[in-house]
Ligand binder design. Structure first.
Ligand code: 0X9
Ligand code: ZN
Length: 423
């Protein structure tokens, strides 16, 4: 009983004192064109009083956060002046986060200690729970699973990576999957954890994918940011390194890689996509880069897991005036993957070169893995959204998403394998 009480006390501590989004609103625009996307970038997102709810994408409505009613009205007027027909989508973000927290607490209480060393897809898992699960997998399946840290974060947390390999001598492809580089995107780690679950606890059904591939899975690429998004600010995206001369903390680790770094010209640390003061100012990005480079020659498929947008993006992200040499290969594999995703339960993904489908992004992991680490197939995988909530879906949607994603992985991996080892 004493144990139970201290456990309940502990979990209630997790959510104490976090930033409140009471009164924060989300405005949604009409679907964007190239012109209006540019207007949004130049006139709205460059103003750090507005926050992004999701990244604006051509063909989709933009969703922008303002606090609170007063600047909500100003935002609405600004969007109106751009002819973007703003509508109030969420009138109090805190209510959504409140429900999410209650749901997590409820399931934790229901499961008490029983699942503390297990994985769950009924709710999101925090950093410690994920670390514990990875340790447990490595201990339970020592013949195929190895836990390693690729390095230490700014605040001293491990970037835990699970390597899965049966080393049976059949030629293999190398697959690297990361998630959680953007802290607030909680759905990504769940997908990474399901991949681990499928290849271990469910290995009899999935044997073939261990025969075909060595897997390197990094479920929480940005641990400090991830912890901060659980304890302090649910919408936190970046790392947690303080910036000299600014109150704004961190940089976008997905803009900090040594591949066309900083060409977007963002120098304000308060921006959502601030690339940092220099290449690899963020130790988390440097650790990932070093690990990817160590796989060079053995790396065939790279997947950066993000949420959200239902997009399968491949290089280049830094230019629209050129396509990569094996564009057709990557495009066609994305096409196949999207068709499987649709076949499971109708989820429609858009696919193509990142810079064309989405927007230019410099110094990102997908271009780095492709150009510097030699991944023949390299994708940014933007998972589905949470309906009108935007952002991450309610916990009840985690299962269907991880399931459809696993089905799609199977087709993609077979395709990559057949391309690398034809006949
Ligand atoms: O902006 C990003 O880093 C990714 N989108 S997110 O909404 N998860 O932040 C997309 C990166 C993909 N690459 C390019 N757009 N070039
Ligand atoms: Zn992201």
């Amino acid at each position: 009983m004493k144990k139970l009480i201290s456990f309940i006390f502990l979990i209630s501590l997790v959510f104490v004192d976090s930033k409140s989004y009471e009164g924060y609103q989300v405005y949604q625009t009409a679907p964007l064109t190239w012109e209006s996307l540019k207007l949004i970038h130049d006139n709205v997102l460059r103003n750090s009083i507005y926050q992004i709810w999701n990244e604006p994408k051509v063909g989709l409505p933009a969703q922008i956060v303002a606090c609170c009613q007063h600047s909500g009205k100003e935002l609405a007027n600004l969007l109106e002046s751009m002819d973007l027909r703003p509508q109030l989508l969420v009138d109090n973000i805190e209510r959504i986060f409140q429900q999410e927290r209650e749901q997590i607490d409820l399931i934790r209480k229901r499961d008490e200690f029983s699942t503390s060393r297990n994985v769950t897809f009924e709710r999101f898992m925090d950093y410690d729970e994920i670390s514990l699960y990875l340790t447990e997998v490595a201990a339970t399946y020592p013949e195929i699973a190895q836990l390693a840290s690729i390095g230490t974060s700014y605040e001293g947390r491990q970037q835990n990576l699970l390597k899965l390999s049966n080393g049976n001598g059949v030629p293999k492809i190398g697959i690297f999957i990361d998630a959680g580089i953007h802290a607030a995107e909680w759905l990504g780690p769940s997908v990474a954890l399901n991949t681990i679950f499928q290849l271990t606890a469910n290995s009899s059904a999935n044997q073939v994918f261990l025969d075909m591939a060595d897997w390197y899975i990094l479920p929480v690429a940005n641990p400090d940011g991830y912890v901060f998004s659980w304890t302090e600010d649910r919408l936190w995206r970046k790392t947690r390194r303080p910036n000299e001369g600014s109150d704004c903390v961190g940089a976008d680790p997905n803009r900090n890689f040594d591949n066309h770094w900083g060409e977007g010209g963002e120098t304000d640390p308060c921006l959502w996509n601030y690339p940092g003061p220099n290449v690899y100012s963020e130790i988390e990005s440097k650790n990932i880069a070093d690990y990817l480079l160590s796989l060079k020659g053995d790396l065939h498929l790279y997947i950066a897991t993000h949420s959200y947008g239902q997009l399968l993006l491949h290089p280049y992200g830094y230019t629209t005036s050129e396509v990569p040499p094996n564009y057709n290969e990557m495009y066609s594999a994305a096409n196949l993957t999207a068709s499987v995703l649709e076949s499971v339960r109708g989820t429609e993904y858009t696919f193509g070169s990142s810079g064309v489908v989405l927007y230019l992004a410099f110094g990102n992991t997908q271009d780095f893995a492709y150009e510097a680490a030699g991944a023949r197939f390299s994708y940014t995988w933007e998972l589905p959204a949470g309906g009108p909530n935007g952002n991450d879906p309610p916990a009840t949607d985690i299962k269907p998403v991880v399931e459809e994603t696993w089905a799609a992985y199977q087709a993609l991996i077979q395709r990559v394998y057949d391309t690398v080892y034809p006949n």
